[in-house]
Design a protein around this ligand. Structure first.
Ligand SMILES: [Fe+2]
Ligand SMILES: [Fe+2]
Length: 252
């Protein structure tokens, strides 16, 4: 599971590193967070194709999913492999649940500091009850580490893993809970090292000094970081046996 991929630099890093990572680790399935892939805000048909061409199987998203309408019809497609947080209103395009014979992916948005949104705790039992008995992985796109930990403890033993995204800051608290559910507060990002959250630092700095809202542009070149975790799950018990970080650097 790969953290927020930021702009063209992030997509190029993904294209450069992911095929080798998949091969070396014999990875069966790749889930990547795509909400910042199109110029830093949203997903488009083009950026999602870059993901799939690099070896990604399912793309999750978050609060920036509505920034570019180009992707809306793809969200609505049957068995879409591009998810939007499931706890947005039903009237919105798409769904936050993907599953096949082997596994399920659920995408949820946190309720803390994320605007008006249904709590991810409210509907989770209904979602899980409708899924077959397969390993289930959740991307909880949220600010608060406490909310991410709380949902994981609530679901320990009923899902194979929950990872947090959204902060773009990789955390090293990855672990397996007693009943076999993997957890990490935040995957991190795929984007520029010399940046703030993958974006030009000066635009961000000016907001803090004088409130001036300059356009946030993703950094497309230079030293890039790649943050992800590798999760190994037993197909029979659905319990996770290992979670480890795969963090790399490269120059784009
Ligand atoms: Fe993000
Ligand atoms: Fe986000």
């Amino acid at each position: 599971m790969i953290g927020d991929i930021v702009g063209k630099g992030g997509r190029k890093t993904l294209q450069k590193l992911l095929p080798t990572i998949i091969k070396e680790n014999q990875i069966n399935f790749v889930i990547a967070q795509g909400e910042n892939s199109a110029g830093g805000f949203g997903i488009t048909k083009k950026t999602s194709k870059d993901f799939f061409d690099s070896g990604v199987d399912v793309i999750t998203s978050g609060n920036h999913i509505w920034d570019k309408s180009d992707i809306f019809e793809d969200l609505d497609a049957l068995n879409s492999k591009i998810l939007r947080p499931n706890n947005y209103p039903k009237e919105k395009p798409g769904t936050g649940v993907f599953f096949n014979n082997e596994l399920a992916v659920i995408n949820l948005l946190g309720s803390v500091w994320m605007g008006k949104i249904d709590s991810p705790f409210d509907s989770i039992n209904n979602i899980l009850n409708e899924l077959p008995n397969i390993p289930i992985f959740i991307d909880l796109h949220a600010e608060a580490t406490s909310e991410k930990a709380a949902l994981t403890w609530y679901l320990d033993g009923r899902i194979s893993g929950l990872v947090g995204t959204h902060t773009h800051v990789a955390t090293c608290d990855h672990k397996i809970l007693p009943q076999g559910t993997a957890f990490v507060s935040d995957l991190g990002m795929v984007g520029a090292k010399n940046s703030i959250l993958g974006f030009d630092k000066d635009a961000s700095l000016s907001r803090f000094f004088n409130g001036e809202r300059k356009r946030m542009l993703p950094i497309e070149q230079g030293e890039m970081i790649f943050n992800s975790v590798l999760i190994e799950t037993d197909n029979t018990t659905k319990k996770t046996t290992s979670i480890s970080r795969i963090d790399e650097h490269t120059i784009i």
